[in-house]
Write a protein that binds this ligand. Sequence first.
Ligand code: NOJ
Ligand code: NOJ
Length: 491
Amino acid sequence: MLLRLKASMLSALRIVSLMLPWSGTMAQAQDFDRNDLDSWLSSEQTLAAAKISANLLGNGAVLASPSRSGPDYYFHWTRDAALTIDVVLDRYVASNQLEDRAAYLRQAQNYVDFSLKIQSQPTLSGSIQDHFANFGEPKFEVTGIGYQQPWGRPQTDGPALRAVSLMRIYKLALQRLDAQQQFSASMPGMKNAILADLEYTAYHWRDQGYDLWEEVRGQHFYNALVQQRALVAGAAFVKTYGVPGDAPRYLAEAAALEAQLARFWDPGRGYFVETINRSGGLDYKSSNLDSGVVLASLHALGENSYLLPNDDRILASAHALRSTFATLFPINKVSRDRAQLQLAPAIGRYPEDRYDGIGVSQGHPWFIATAALGELSYRAASLYAAADRIVITAQNEAFFADLPGIGQRLRRGDTLARGDAAFRDVLDALLRSGDEYLARVRYHAAMGGELTEQFDRYTGYERGASDLSWSYASLFKAVQARSQLIAVLQK
Ligand code: NOJ
Ligand code: NOJ
């Protein structure tokens, strides 16, 4: 099947190069042997899922990492857990093996039980009486007790992400017989947990809090976009399963969040900044450029249609990240791997980062951020493939100019219509661009495929928390987005 795919892609490119003045495309496409990457990615995706399973404790706690010291990540973070359980649900949906499905359902059940437990805990982030302010606690002991030490709290993104994951489980439990049996006793509790997370989000999104990297106090792009998505999804949810009268309020808050999100666009810099109204925490993020913007667009995908991965301003932000990290990290001077595959630049959280995975010195590239840039490229291509045209604009032209093979031929004002060979060329180039990011991930992964949190900006070797659940989830999602795009392109 893989061989067939490659042949069909090359023949598509050949037609293009005969018909249009795009003749450079073919030679460059040919020196990129996708087969080799295909097989690594499919085994890596399987490994990622197995590593995630190993990080799920029997009581439902989702370990951020099994590492207990240097650094100690042996905790349940609400954010990491929601993003991780989504992979378990993907595996459940994709599997037709009864035993596997039952195991995934048990893992989802444990996650639900643990979520209910931590929602009931008093935490240092606030009181349950204050519209569930206790939910802002970012991090819990694996026993379910809120973390009791100083930390960057509250973090307002967690309940939104958890609401989305619980709504997915709730709907699966209504749609599929085995899920229905598994969750038969849990539905009322789960619904209450969802409504409470939505209530928290609708009420608290304006609060000052810490960003997804737990460092800066203010209002954050990442939080706002995942909150907006949760409330849009939540409005649809309560219409069908809850109190429909709550829907208008959620939609009104979602609309207010859209207006809020527009304030993060910095026309002078040409990207979305991550934080506005900063009120504490780190003060040296002078560029305010952050991979959290790309992660937000990916994590908000679903019910909403705002700031999708092919949005011009999201692409502009992705380009700014790419060009900044390309020169910032010395390891990016290595631009081809052992198989001579072109490598995209390794990406970090933000340029001024000083967290080295254990303590504070110098920041490094992250697997999460590098895989996210790849996933963005695939998802943007799938969205374009479903549209009628691709328009090169002042905001997205720099992103398109980076595309392998054809980028330099695209000009502001170009409109590529479905059916044009160039339209297809751009989709192929987006696929290849995504592949260059995942080839970068492969280049720095351990021999056995294990992923940590970071890899060294000078040597490329892994660093920071071992077997990070979120690293595996981000790789899994990127490969999933790639497979979906390839299926679209094969049609
Ligand atoms: C731990 C946080 O999780 C991480 O994001 C942050 O960079 C460091 N603390 C800073 O010390
Ligand atoms: C540090 C990261 O900055 C934060 O986003 C994450 O939640 C924790 N590590 C746990 O993985």
